[in-house]
Design a protein around this ligand. Structure first.
Ligand code: NAP
Length: 253
């Protein structure tokens, strides 16, 4: 515990957090620690120290930051991990700890896209309508349960981890797969399945973008769940810029 004090805290659960952890592993002058929520069944572990599990709300996180003498917090959580980001903003503001968000740029609709943008997952379920349709779900395992209230549709849910049966709507097959996905692979899957909709979250990033390119080519309608409101504060999308920010904000030795 003693040698974990004074480390930069990276809030993770994303590829961005892993990239930052790998970069900081090569920077002994910038010691860091990566925090996972503990949702992934077999997380890849970084080459810097890590911890797993919630902090216990804003108060728990503030107590942790104070106890660990955390100099900086990098919020590299998923853009849809809204609660963790709000907690980080509040705890850092309370203690005066500088905080940066490191995330991916959101996707934006391009000519030829047939997007239906919705504010949240419940609105995505509503957007499918009453008439039975065939839906490609790439919303993440933890959001699949929302579709249980639309059992008239048939679904193919792509997920990294196997969802529990209780988390799935009745007519739902599961495709276990880990990104990245090639364009040819996405196109072939969509042609084989003849989906009526692709339903996805606006996570952004290159690893899962080819599904949108394939949908555009095939004229497939996309129900796009927009990102939740992020807390105010600086956001960077580029690893080198994040490293520069850390260098500029770290406390003097
Ligand atoms: P969330 O709703 O924002 O957070 C729920 C609670 O989980 C938080 O209040 C916190 O518990 C704990 N938590 C979240 N991220 C944590 C972290 N990095 N370290 C320690 N505790 C954390 O988050 P979520 O949407 O359930 O996502 C959970 C994790 O999965 C996140 O780390 C996120 O980056 C990753 N992820 C999420 C999605 C998605 O679509 N939501 C997709 C891919 C990956 P306490 O209040 O007890 O501190």
């Amino acid at each position: 515990m003693q040698d974990e004090r004074g480390r930069i805290l990276i809030l993770g659960g994303t590829g961005e957090a892993m990239k930052l952890a790998a970069a900081l592993a090569a920077r002994p002058d910038l010691p860091a620690l990566l925090s996972f929520a503990g949702r992934t069944k077999a997380p890849q572990l970084p080459s810097i120290p890590s911890r797993i599990g919630g902090f216990g709300g804003v108060d728990g996180l503030a107590a942790y930051l104070a106890q660990m003498q955390t100099p900086l917090v990098i919020d590299a959580t998923h853009p849809f991990a809204a609660q963790m980001s709000q907690h980080a903003a509040q705890a850092c503001a309370r203690l005066g700890v500088p905080r940066l968000t490191f995330t991916r740029r959101p996707w934006t609709p391009q000519p030829g896209d047939r997007w239906i943008e919705v504010p949240d997952i419940e609105a995505a379920v509503d957007a499918l309508g009453e008439t039975p349709t065939h839906v490609f779900l790439t919303v993440g395992r933890l959001s699949l349960g929302a579709f249980k209230r639309a059992p008239q549709h048939s679904y193919l849910a792509r997920s990294i981890d196997q969802p529990d049966a209780s988390e799935l709507p009745p007519s739902c097959r599961v495709l276990l797969a880990r990104p990245p996905f090639a364009l040819a692979e996405e196109r072939a899957l969509m042609q084989k399945e003849r989906f009526d909709f692709l339903c996805t979250k606006n996570s952004g990033g290159a690893a899962t973008e080819n599904k949108l390119l394939a949908a555009r080519e095939l004229g497939l309608r996309v129900i796009m769940v927009n990102r939740p409101q992020a807390p105010e504060g600086e956001t960077l999308f580029d690893l080198d810029a994040v490293l520069d920010w850390i260098t500029a904000h770290r406390p003097p030795p």
